[in-house]
Design a protein around this ligand. Sequence first.
Ligand code: DUC
Ligand code: ZN
Ligand code: ZN
Length: 474
Amino acid sequence: MNEYDIIIENGTIVTASDVFKGSIAIKDGKIVQIGEQLSGAERVIDAVGKYVLPGGIDSHVHIAQPSGEGIVMADDFASGTLSAVFGGNTTIMPFCLQQKGVPLRSSLNDYHALAKDECYTDISFHLIISDPTDAVVRQELPALVADGYTSLKVFMTYEDLRLSDGEILKTFDVARSTGATVMVHCENEDAIRFLIDKHERHGDVTPRAHASTRPVAVEREATHRALSLAEIADVPIVIVHVSNGEAIKEIMRARARGIKVVGETCPQYLVLTARDLDGMDWEGAKFVCSPPPRDEAAQTECWHGIETGVFELFSSDHCPFRYEDEHGKLNPKGKRNFRHIPNGIPGVETRLPILFSQGVMAGRIDLSRFVAITATNHAKTYGLYPRKGTMAIGSDADIAIWDPALKRTIRHADLHDGADYSPYEGMEITGWPITTIVAGTVMVEDGVLVGKKGHGKYRPAAARPTFNIRLGDI
Ligand code: DUC
Ligand code: ZN
Ligand code: ZN
């Protein structure tokens, strides 16, 4: 009888703090030993010439989320987590949307039912708060936080989702008292509405107008306001999907004032620009997301934010809609007017390879920083650490083995999500995850699916132990 289930040997092991040659032993889904040379396993995986990293945690993913009349998201839990696991991820965190007038608990039950027995990676949920009534903030949310739903997203844009400043403060306050973490989508809805109306009056309704009606000032103002409200409520917040240097400056200024803020950016702000929305034949719709991609200067500023630590989180904001589909980007209204094009792009499978190739291989960040912003900090920020996000004795055996020499061109035909395109089509990538292990089970081996649907499980998250912890320091 062997002592271990799996040993991974001869690889270069990378955590958020260390890089060393060694072996990892796995038993019953957990990491049980890390050493120079280990023996006594059912199965040995030779990782010579490879990097052995914690599996990616993508803490910003939308799956099967209701998205407006006639619009259907392209991924369910099976296709979304399949795509994730091929991209080197072992946990993803989708959002459960609060439908107005419906108890959050019942939306969560529906969401759990959709995910049950369908997942290839582990999952944990955030809640989107669209209606913070007294009953929600006083009763529902504290009970849900105690049950492991410890992160909330609030929107400052979208007519049906946006919260007023007063509602944001109420939500911040419940986060403060329960130890929940609030994520904020920072764009000023009234300013966007004003600009959309103006563009429509001038007949400017192509996808490119999506970017023109959500300029940097819209994001900068809302970022500043969210941070001021966090200061007033005395609560740490996460500013999600930051797209440009002006918003970055707001985060840095807030930190200098002592506000606890975690910054997140995404691949689209590093490698796409608003010019991508110019595509012929409405192809620009493939790049419609919010905030929109900006320009080369903003890309440089976002890279700088990654290099200097403004961003602790690098997520995909995977929010997939099919392009050639009456329920997707080219829905009957969306193919005539940009305001009806659903916001969001796919990217859960390409997030890590893009950052590895353009960040690590291009010499912008080191391997440990890559691990920190793609796995460890996500687990710490959202209450999954140290079970997830690192490779330590007692942690779940969530591991991705990377071939740093593997060169591939991104082709949607090779990806596994439910969309019909990739916004990153044609991008040359050096370095790709080849084997992904979720809680001790090999799911993808040398680029081939070997694990079973349903192996991935829901994992509840812990609340912050105290609101005095400085999230910016993790
Ligand atoms: N915000 C997101 O976080 N994802 C997709 C759309 C949006 O506005
Ligand atoms: Zn958002
Ligand atoms: Zn999102």
